[in-house]
Design a protein around this ligand. Structure first.
Ligand SMILES: C[S@@+](CC[C@H](N)C(=O)[O-])C[C@H]1O[C@@H](n2cnc3c(N)ncnc32)[C@H](O)[C@@H]1O
Length: 211
């Protein structure tokens, strides 16, 4: 009989194949590299393949993406790999040292479209350590940093003015047993949306243009 951990690993592997080919190949290579360099934390911190597939579907046609919470960069890299026109800004308070190793797995045109920002996820909306302005016209915001109630509220409120009309905000780890703060924040903010792939998805209304 298979052990549950083996079954889980088999399901995870199967899930990789729902990803676009370029992204699936990157995730498989990144997992192999993680085993080689003894990085247990990075794969655990990254969005799971099924969640990533939902996120990439939400990202389709969206070219200005911000991710709050980079970890070792797997999701930022996947977002940039999936669409050659997309720019990704990924913010983390900590530069996790293995990130550079995973970046080596993808071509230069992918690196060039990712801006890694070392900052608090909420504060990065108004200032950054390198002095570059935060992106405006963000059409996908992926919130996956602090996960606490107050931090999540602060992140959403800080970034909302930078969203484009019709932008999507995806809160990761919604209803995750270890991250009650995410659902509490969404309730406190009074957001209405849909639940997909372990995320709560809220859409910024499109402004009506009257003529
Ligand atoms: C779950 S991991 C992010 C995983 C990543 N989104 C992915 O899918 O590959 C959470 C990250 O948020 C970062 N983080 C936690 N609190 C933060 C904060 N207040 N500001 C910026 N980054 C924060 C942590 O350093 C950690 O790398």
């Amino acid at each position: 009989m298979r052990r549950p951990a083996t079954l889980h690993a088999a399901r995870e592997l199967a899930a990789v194949y729902v990803l676009p080919a370029r992204v699936a190949i990157f995730i498989l290579r990144a997992r192999r590299l993680a085993r080689q360099i003894g990085d247990a934390w990075g794969p655990d911190a990254a969005a799971r393949p099924r969640e990533l597939a939902h996120l990439l579907a939400l990202a389709r046609g969206r070219s200005e993406v911000v991710e709050l919470g980079t970890a070792v960069g797997w999701t930022a890299i996947a977002l940039a790999l999936a669409d050659r026109r997309r720019r990704v800004t990924s913010v983390d308070a900590v530069v996790h040292e293995q990130r550079a190793r995973y970046l080596e797995l993808v071509p230069g045109h992918v690196h060039e479209r990712i801006d890694f920002v070392e900052a608090d996820a909420a504060l990065a909306a108004t200032s950054s350590a390198d002095g570059d302005p935060a992106p405006a016209g963000v059409d996908l915001l992926f919130i996956d940093a602090g996960h606490g109630r107050e931090q999540t509220i602060a992140e959403f409120q800080a970034w909302q003015p930078r969203l484009a009309a019709g932008a999507v905000v995806a809160f990761h780890d919604y209803r995750h047993p270890e991250h009650d703060g995410v659902a509490e924040a969404i309730e406190e903010l009074g957001l209405e949306g849909e639940v997909a792939g372990g995320m709560f998805v809220w859409r910024q209304p499109r402004t009506c243009v009257s003529g």
